[in-house]
Design a protein around this ligand. Structure first.
Ligand code: SAM
Length: 457
């Protein structure tokens, strides 16, 4: 009898493990990895400490970590040489760079979002701002009633009165125009613009909630008052710092914040004539959790004039790490095409094809596989680039969180650790800093970890 007649569907369609079988596969894999539980890092993964620390507090960047994390890492891992510099290839609000600057260590940040680049640059160039001139210019901007804007930026969110009641969107724009028309230095204009952008959350009914801006009706204050309050905090910090040591500017280490895609780190640094390697590469990349930073910071991007059209906004999205499904990214096959990474590729495929990824026909189900494949291809690229720029004996510390898609648990820390090992980095440890509750009862708690590598000395 010809057996092929009795071939079942299971024979022709490969079956992929469900989420609980994947839990077992990962549990076994993780037995061979240097996991340590260390909750002393836990609170340092939040931005909270920065809200009360000079300069760090100028803008609430919710997804940032504490400057104390940088201090703790520098205390624990010795840089290979006295002259070693620090690199943050996802510099966000500039926490790593400012913390490094305060310790006298030179640093470089790379960031794709132009608003975040602006923020990081201003915070690390605080010494160029004269607080007396800033105070004088603030008052002139607040008194300027001439610069009425003709038209709001196109972003539809800014046109909704429910989100920006009492004409607050127009008032914000009027203040922005008043800043642009002042005849003062670029540094003063920039810091005033930052104060204005930091005020957005005080004057509208939108709230940054995970990956979304949500409608959140509440008491809000007028833009002028918000801008006044925000600038006063900046002035207070500048006065305190200047008072602390008027000579410190001469001793500040070099700090660069570069706009660019960290998957092309090496050539971007070359273009900026930065030829050296780094003793510590410390960062938190986007997590594979659907966060799109160009969406979360869209009001700042459009009000700040960093984005002026939907096309520009889309182009920015296309350059971001593939951690979200908000645009149709080109497909790549880096893991697939590399024989040394075959095992990891197969693991990632098991995740992408897991039947528990979401309800059949749901959006999550159709989008998540692309996010998973794109994300780990990007991880491979970023680690490869970082290895090129890491000094012998230097460390990479990657702060990352696991995530959930449907009932599927994506252990980003484990896969990042495996990719790093495969490309020749020594895996020092995976330090589990905290366990977050997942909304789903069926998925284990999600870890946030520090994946720590070292390059051979
Ligand atoms: C978790 S945040 C970093 C926060 C930062 N550690 C801090 O304390 O402010 C991740 C950052 O990666 C940036 N990013 C996304 N894709 C990028 C890319 N391809 N190259 C460089 N930066 C990127 C995002 O814009 C975001 O600011």
């Amino acid at each position: 009898m010809d057996n092929t007649e009795f071939e079942t569907v299971a024979d022709v369609v490969p079956l992929y493990p469900n989420s609980s079988q994947l839990d077992d596969i990962f549990a076994e894999l993780e037995l061979s990895l240097p996991f340590v539980e260390d909750n002393s890092w836990g609170n340092l993964l939040r931005f909270t400490d920065n809200l009360t620390d000079p300069i760090h507090r100028w803008f609430l960047f919710k997804e940032g970590y504490s400057y104390k994390l940088v201090d703790k890492i520098l205390d624990r891992f010795k840089l290979p040489r006295n002259s070693s510099a620090i690199l943050d290839p996802f510099s966000g609000s500039g926490t790593t760079l400012l913390a490094a600057q305060k310790r006298g260590i030179p640093s470089v940040g790379l960031e794709i979002n132009p608003f975040a680049v602006f923020l990081g640059r201003i915070k690390t160039q605080w010494h160029r701002i004269d607080p007396e001139i800033l105070e004088k210019e603030l008052l002139l901007v607040l008194q300027d009633n001439k610069n009425t804007p003709a038209k709001l930026p196109d972003l539809s969110t800014l046109h909704k009165k429910k989100y920006f009641p009492n004409g607050h969107a127009y008032e914000l724009l009027r203040l922005r125009n008043a800043i642009l028309h002042r005849e003062c230095s670029q540094e003063i204009k920039d810091i005033l613009l930052l104060a204005l952008l930091a005020s957005i959350e005080d004057v509208c009914c939108l709230h940054k909630d995970g990956r979304l801006l949500r409608f959140f009706p509440r008491d809000i204050i007028p833009p002028k008052e918000a801008m006044f309050n925000r600038t006063k905090i900046i002035i207070e910090d500048l006065v305190d710092w200047v008072k602390a040591d008027s000579n410190q500017e001469n001793f500040l280490p070099q700090t660069h914040v570069i706009e660019g895609d960290s998957r092309h780190l090496d050539s971007i640094l070359d273009k900026h004539k930065i030829s050296h390697q780094f003793g510590l590469i410390l960062y938190s990349p986007p997590y594979p959790n659907n966060f799109d930073y160009s969406e979360i910071y869209k009001c700042e991007l459009w009000f700040g004039g960093f984005i002026n059209s939907y096309q520009e906004w889309r182009n920015l999205r296309l350059r971001t790490f593939r951690s979200h499904p908000s645009c149709s990214f080109p497909e790549t096959h880096y893991l697939k095409d590399n024989v040394d990474l075959r095992e990891i590729y197969q693991l990632v495929e098991k995740l992408a094809k897991c039947p528990d990824i979401g309800e059949p026909e749901s959006k999550a189900r159709s989008r998540a596989p692309k996010v998973i494949r794109g994300y780990f291809d990007d991880v491979y690229l970023m680690l490869q680039q970082q290895k090129l720029r890491l000094e012998h004996g230097g460390y990479i510390v990657c702060v990352v969180g696991n995530s959930r898609h449907g009932n599927l648990h994506i252990r980003a820390d484990t896969i990042i650790a495996k990719i790093g090992q495969e490309i020749g980095l020594n895996l020092v440890e995976i330090s589990v800093a905290r366990h977050r509750h997942s909304r789903s009862q069926q998925v284990q708690k999600l870890r946030e970890s520090l994946v720590i590598f070292q390059k051979n000395s």
